[in-house]
Write a protein that binds this ligand. Sequence first.
Ligand SMILES: CSC[C@@H](O)[C@@H](O)C(=O)COP(=O)(O)O
Ligand SMILES: [Zn+2]
Length: 210
Amino acid sequence: MSHANTYLHQAAPAIASVIEAGRLAAARGWLPATSGNLSARVDARHVVITRSGRDKGALTPDDLAVVALDQVLPGDLSAEAPLHLARYRADPAIGAILHAHQPLAALAGRRHQDAGVLLLQGWELQKAFAGETTHDSTLRVPVFANAQDTVTLAQQVEAHLAAEPGRLAPGYLLAGHGAYVWGRNGKEAFRHLEALDALLQLQQAWEHTT
Ligand SMILES: CSC[C@@H](O)[C@@H](O)C(=O)COP(=O)(O)O
Ligand SMILES: [Zn+2]
């Protein structure tokens, strides 16, 4: 960690949770070729986030940086850091954010890009998302066109999430790219990532048989 030594002690649990989430997600094949970026909240104003281009499945503390939510970002930080920071600023309950390149998310994003949303309804596994108590809810998973300007993309995502009607799943898709999911902590965020992947498998099979 080259930054914010005073936060090293406070950041230790967040660092450990990011390393563990990366290990688990990579084992599922969701972080190929250094893709993905992972973060966890340290306190109300600071998060740890992966540096750019690192192998997210074999992270060490040197692969992470502590950043303040209102700070100018260090140059070697994840190219997609603005998407993380904007989410933490928008929702203080978010404790961890995971971005993965699971193939089903990239595919489902392309399939539903024109609609701008993928609807999940009727799946028992929807209850794996925090606060969901029934298969009967209709959960909205917003879908955005992919973009390389992640500052502008983050603004677009946050404006959209703030205005979304109905029940939102704890995540969104980037068409042809992957998914962002969040939770109150790393374990919950990983459970959401796992649930989203399983739900996308079900949804894909459903769309191809009905
Ligand atoms: C290695 S291709 C994927 C990247 O372009 C990007 O989408 C990604 O997920 C990882 O970017 P990073 O800057 O390492 O956080
Ligand atoms: Zn990515």
